[in-house]
Write a protein that binds this ligand. Structure first.
Ligand SMILES: [Zn+2]
Length: 46
């Protein structure tokens, strides 16, 4: 099985579960807007 390789030195896009705020960061964090958890949006929607 194959996992997506994540380079920790590169920015990824994260989206807030709660309010949908999108940020680019080198690591996951809490939403700057509401403080909720954020998820990685590494894989683009097609
Ligand atoms: Zn938020």
């Amino acid at each position: 099985m194959k996992d997506v390789e994540l380079d920790p030195s590169e920015e990824s896009t994260y989206e807030c579960f709660n309010c949908g705020t999108v940020v680019r960061s080198v690591s996951s964090a809490t939403c700057p807007d509401c403080g909720a958890d954020m998820r990685n949006r590494q894989t683009p929607l097609e």
